[in-house]
Design a protein around this ligand. Sequence first.
Ligand code: ATP
Ligand code: SF4
Length: 333
Amino acid sequence: MVLLSVQDLTIHYKVASGWVRAVENVSIDVDSKETLGLVGESGSGKTTLAYAITQLLPKNAYVKGGKIIYQGKDLLKLSMKDDGTLDIFNEEIRKIRWKDISMIFQAALNAFNPVYKVGDQIIEAIMAHKDIEYEDARKEVERLYEFVGIPKDRIDNYPHEYSGGMKQRAMIAMALALSPRLVLADEPTTALDVITQDRILLEIQNLQKETGISMILITHDVSVVAEVSNKVAVMYAGKIVEKGSTVEVFKHYAHPYTEGLMASFPTIVGEKRRLASIPGSPPDLVNPPKGCRFHPRCPYAKDICMEQEPPLIEISPGHFTACHFARELYGGK
Ligand code: ATP
Ligand code: SF4
């Protein structure tokens, strides 16, 4: 059953030099109890998409089109003002945020207010949404701490007394505090050392199995997606360039950008190999390249790529890709 359906969403940021086309015509679906991995380099629009779903876009972000349907309701209809900006304080949206849809932020290490005890900040979030006494809310936090693996006596510590991994776990506890249906995790492990990263990823997997929540896991690291997600959407320069089941997309990718991402990370499929990075850098989204936005970096680019934007086509059941030469790449493997 589809829990969240983002349809044809376009979001631009207003800046002095014009409009940053951060998200354009993006469509993704998340079913109940599934994890969608949203992957792409820095600047591809992943965080903008996440902030649109949680309705926390900054003031200079304008919705230019599309829908965000959560359990049959278009969230944009509730919050969007006439000029395309969002009313982040909309009462209905505030009820949905954290309680239905919560987020583990990229900057979790700085997400807690340094002058309040970490546990109290989570207790306060629970009390703001539920009719519950302090002692009961505290018991819930104790249970959550146990679940994410933080000793209970740490509830009364301040943020600076937590290690990076512990803060990240506390952020996960915060995101789960109101038993949401959908959690968006934006680079939840990037700031941590490799061992802590692995542990947290394992915890996220266990948590998904135990609670049956749906997740959107945002990362630039395809090996994280391979480990945790059953579905994947690859973003480049504000657009989805490939999407489908993780197994299908990673085994039979049909977009040169996905191929490049796969070559930049180890241990996804097959034998060990030398890691290659994708030459060049993502385009300026105020003036993105004409035609296929990936053409200046694509090893397969031909004349048509510079003129015509490739449509997103279904190359095999449920597997979509946007490249003029997708069939050749798909068939060549
Ligand atoms: P990262 O992992 O670095 O956050 P991302 O894939 O999440 O990257 P976004 O942060 O969504 O990408 O950024 C998409 C584009 O929008 C980038 O070109 C970025 O510079 C631009 N952008 C993001 N926030 C703003 C803002 N408030 N004002 C103007 N441009 C912005
Ligand atoms: Fe490369 Fe052309 Fe495909 Fe774009 S459309 S990914 S430039 S081959």
